[in-house]
Each structure stands twice: as structure tokens, then as C-alpha cells.
Design a protein around this ligand. Structure first.
Ligand SMILES: Nc1ncnc2c1ncn2[C@@H]1O[C@H](COP(=O)(O)OP(=O)(O)OP(=O)(O)O)[C@@H](O)[C@H]1O
Length: 297
């Protein structure tokens, strides 16, 4: 047995690169540059974020620096505001009628809530993967992957779409499993495949950041491993922020971890954040120690 199989904290292997049979990596980058301009992982900074639902404050002055190309894990007990924080990072919080917020979110230095910033641009640059895979079930696998183009107002030719579909499915490590049935409905895939299809759909619009809200909580261990391998192969290409209740997963996949906590009746705050290995091995705050060691949850 290999050491990685014995150690639940070992970083997953990157998903193997599928051979570029149809389209070369360079050709794919060229198409992405034509449609979306220069692509790169984005640095995301949350600066003193406070959030409310109605009168109720659920986050209090939360600041976090999510470095370009790194994987940041958000951990903490239920109800401490991790999902709310994540939704604020791509302007989904404002869709809830009672929701309000203060503070700034900057992507590569530009405030995504700035007066000239468009919500569609924020959503294209900062994609979101949800707990439950949500492909369009009756739509073909191919059309699922390119569904985001229209929403982002990007017009692509059939040839450009073909390139994007293949490249995105390869990046999401699902190409080999679906390449012969791209015209079949997305709803016919297994849960784990649907989640990787949703990752491909997000990647098709060349996001700089990918937010993931407990992306594996509805998946079996094998599918979970495949998604973790996909995260590993995206490291460096796109910035990833992942909410997870699975401490071993946070340990395995992330470079940096932020521990959120909301004590009785008070809004959520970040108790501690920093290098994942250090936070798990030598947490500075006793509450972090107790949480990562399962004393409370
Ligand atoms: N749409 C909403 N309307 C009103 N209150 C909400 C809404 N969504 C979340 N809340 C409240 O905001 C607080 C933070 O919720 P949030 O879902 O962000 O926490 P969380 O840490 O992600 O929890 P979990 O780990 O269970 O998903 C909770 O008290 C929750 O009840």
C-alpha cells in the first residue's frame, strides 16, 4: 500500500492530463484569449465584510486575503456564516431580498461592488460550484458546458465552442468519461460526474476564481477523490475558495485555511487563518485546536 493511501491528509494526485487528441493546449488558450482576453488566476481580497439578513448581523468585519492560484479552505461549525461569506464573494448575497452588506471585495485590486462593475462580469470572473450538482438535466453535456457563454454575453462560433467544450471537460477531468456521448443529457451522469460537469461549465467562461460550497458533501468517497484530484490539477490556474465540513479534506486540498466561528448569538468572525499545515499542527487559538480535533462541531 502506498503512503498516500495510509495518510488521510496526503494531498491528492492531480488528475492525469488527458491527451490533447483533438485540440492542442495552445489552441485552447488562443480561443480563450480571443473570447475572454488575457486569462489568469485572480487574487481576491475581502476587506472588513459585515453582512446582515434583515436586522440580524451574521458576519462582523471579516477580512481575508485569498491569494492568486492558491486553494483557501473555509471551515467552521454550522451557521457561522461561511456560505454567506462565499456568496458575498461573487455577488450572490444581494439576490436575497433581506440581505445587505458592508465592506469591499477586490478582485485583482478592483472592487467587484464598485459603481461601474457589472454583476455579470463578477459572476463570469468568479464562478460558483454548489453542494448539490446542478447541471441542466435535459440539456446535452455539450450544451451544459457552453451554457455560461450566453449568460455572460459571449458570442462564440461552433469551432470555438468545440474547443472550449473539450478543454473545459479535460480541465475538469471528465473528458475521457463523456467524450463519446456529448449529445447525451447531463442529467444521465452519476452525481460525481455531474459535479465535474458543473466544474467544466464554470471553467468554460475562463473564471479567475472558483468558489466551492461543500462540493463533495453529496458525493461518495470515490467521486470525492475525483473532485479533489480536479482541484489539485486546477491549482495555480484558478484561485479556489472551498467551504468544507470535512477537516481531512481541508487539510488535503488547501494551502490556506480560515476558521470561522459565531459564538452564541453573535455574528460570525474569523478566529484564525493562515497556512493550512500550521493551523492543523500548531493552531494559535485553543478554539481552533478544539474544532480541528473534533472536540466541537
Ligand atoms: N436567506 C437567509 N435568510 C435569513 N437568514 C439566513 C439566510 N441564509 C443564512 N441565514 C442565517 O445566516 C447565518 C449564517 O448562515 P450560513 O449558511 O452562511 O452559515 P454556514 O456557516 O455556511 O452554515 P452551514 O455550514 O450549515 O452551511 C445563519 O444564522 C443562518 O441562519
Amino acid at each position: 500500500m502506498k503512503l498516500a493511501e495510509l495518510n488521510p491528509f496526503a494531498r491528492p494526485a492531480a488528475a492525469p492530463d488527458a491527451p490533447y487528441t483533438g485540440v492542442s493546449k495552445d489552441a485552447a488558450e488562443e480561443v480563450r484569449a480571443e473570447l475572454f482576453g488575457e486569462g489568469h488566476a485572480g487574487g481576491l481580497v475581502a476587506d472588513s465584510i459585515t453582512a446582515w439578513f434583515g436586522e440580524r448581523k451574521v458576519l462582523d468585519r471579516v477580512s481575508l486575503d485569498m491569494k492568486a492560484g492558491e486553494v483557501t479552505a473555509l471551515i467552521g461549525p454550522s451557521g457561522c456564516g461561511k456560505s454567506t461569506f462565499l456568496r458575498i464573494l461573487n455577488r450572490m448575497h444581494e439576490m436575497i431580498p433581506t440581505a445587505s452588506l458592508a465592506g469591499e471585495v477586490r478582485l485583482d485590486g478592483a472592487d467587484i461592488y464598485g459603481p461601474t462593475e457589472r454583476i455579470t462580469a463578477a459572476r463570469r470572473n468568479i464562478g460558483m460550484i454548489f453542494q448539490k450538482p446542478n447541471p441542466f438535466p435535459a440539456m446535452s453535456i455539450y450544451d451544459n458546458v457552453v451554457a455560461g457563454l450566453k449568460l455572460s454575453g459571449v458570442r462564440a462560433t461552433r469551432d470555438q465552442k468545440d474547443v472550449l467544450v473539450e478543454d473545459s471537460l479535460k480541465k475538469a477531468a471528465i473528458w475521457d468519461e463523456v467524450k463519446d456521448r456529448l449529445d447525451q443529457p447531463g442529467g444521465g451522469l452519476s452525481g460525481g460526474q455531474q459535479q465535474r460537469l458543473c466544474i467544466a461549465r464554470s471553467l468554460a467562461v475562463s473564471p479567475r476564481v472558483l468558489l466551492m460550497d461543500e462540493p463533495c458533501s453529496a458525493l461518495d468517497p470515490t467521486s470525492t477523490r475525483r473532485v479533489e484530484e480536479t482541484i489539485e490539477s486546477l491549482r495555480g490556474q484558478v484561485t479556489i475558495v472551498i467551504v468544507t465540513h470535512n477537516m481531512q479534506q481541508a487539510h488535503r486540498v488547501s494551502d490556506t485555511t480560515a476558521f470561522f466561528l459565531a459564538s452564541l448569538g453573535t455574528p460570525g468572525v474569523i478566529v484564525e487563518h493562515g497556512d493550512t499545515q500550521a493551523m492543523f499542527d500548531r493552531p494559535l487559538d485553543p478554539r481552533t485546536h478544539d474544532y480541528v480535533n473534533g472536540v466541537f462541531g
